[in-house]
Design a protein around this ligand. Structure first.
Ligand code: ADP
Ligand code: ADP
Length: 217
């Protein structure tokens, strides 16, 4: 059982790395942003509530987010471990996660912090393209698909997220510094934080992450 929380600003590469780690380590990626986007597609009540926050680049309220993660962690595939991507994003969420795991006698193993400076975060968000079908993430020009606008894996269309617009991406980075960055000290104090240089190639970041996780798992 290995439980990992991936920390990093919007665009740091959490999703990209979690998808690769999922394949390398056989652990499910649990990405709250993806879970919300699934709710939007299914037009659920939760999705309608969440959307009014995500569209503005604000965080969805803790109680809504925590309830959704609690349900996801209770699924059978999460019994062998999980890669949490985008959760927790507040101290209240981190406390709730600690409680959820403690109730199941599970320890969090490691919290890699993928460090990327804000000016690069903006560039990452500006060029992000995502596959509408499989969710694979590309970047123009850092990690482009073979054919513009088309997923290499399944040929589906790529789209740009509507919260990656110029105004919203700046705001999301501010929200990250205000509400999420306090988690760095939170996990440092608990001896779980490991800093990873996120300004390297996708492959090198992946190697560093696997090395760090294998040391503890
Ligand atoms: P990114 O990968 O760019 O950081 P995500 O896909 O993780 O973005 O999240 C998209 C949006 O979903 C966030 O801007 C926020 O509105 C909402 N969201 C995702 N995770 C959380 C969370 N743990 N708490 C509150 N809101 C969240
Ligand atoms: P997050 O989930 O942290 O918001 P993503 O994984 O969606 O970040 O990555 C944001 C964008 O940056 C994507 O377009 C992705 O292709 C690109 N990207 C991710 N990691 C790197 C990297 N190491 N170098 C260059 N671009 C990257």
């Amino acid at each position: 059982m290995t439980y990992v929380v991936l920390l990093g600003g919007p665009g740091a590469g959490k999703g990209t790395q979690a998808q690769l780690l999922e394949a390398a380590l056989g652990l499910p990626q649990i990405a709250t942003g993806d879970l919300f986007r699934e709710h939007f597609r299914n037009d659920t009540e939760l999705g309608r509530v969440a959307r009014s926050y995500t569209d503005l680049g604000e965080l969805v309220p803790d109680e809504v987010t925590i309830a959704m993660v609690k349900e996801r962690l209770a699924q059978p595939d999460a019994a062998k471990g999980a890669l949490l991507d985008g959760f927790p994003r507040t101290i209240a969420q981190a406390d709730a996660l600690a409680e959820l795991l403690a109730d199941a006698s599970i320890n969090l193993d490691i919290v890699p912090y993928i460090h990327v400076r804000p000016e690069y975060l903006l560039q990452r968000l500006a060029g992000r393209w995502t596959c509408a079908a499989c969710g694979h993430v590309y970047h123009e020009p850092f990690s482009p698909p073979k054919q513009f606008g088309t997923c290499d894996k399944d040929g589906s269309n790529l789209y740009q997220r509507n919260d990656d617009t110029e105004e919203t991406r700046k705001h999301r980075i501010e929200v990250y510094f205000r509400q999420t960055s306090p988690l760095l000290d939170y996990y440092r104090e608990r001896g779980l934080l490991v800093e990873i240089n996120g300004e390297q190639s996708i492959e090198q970041v992946q190697r560093d992450l696997i090395e760090a996780i294998k040391k503890v798992a």
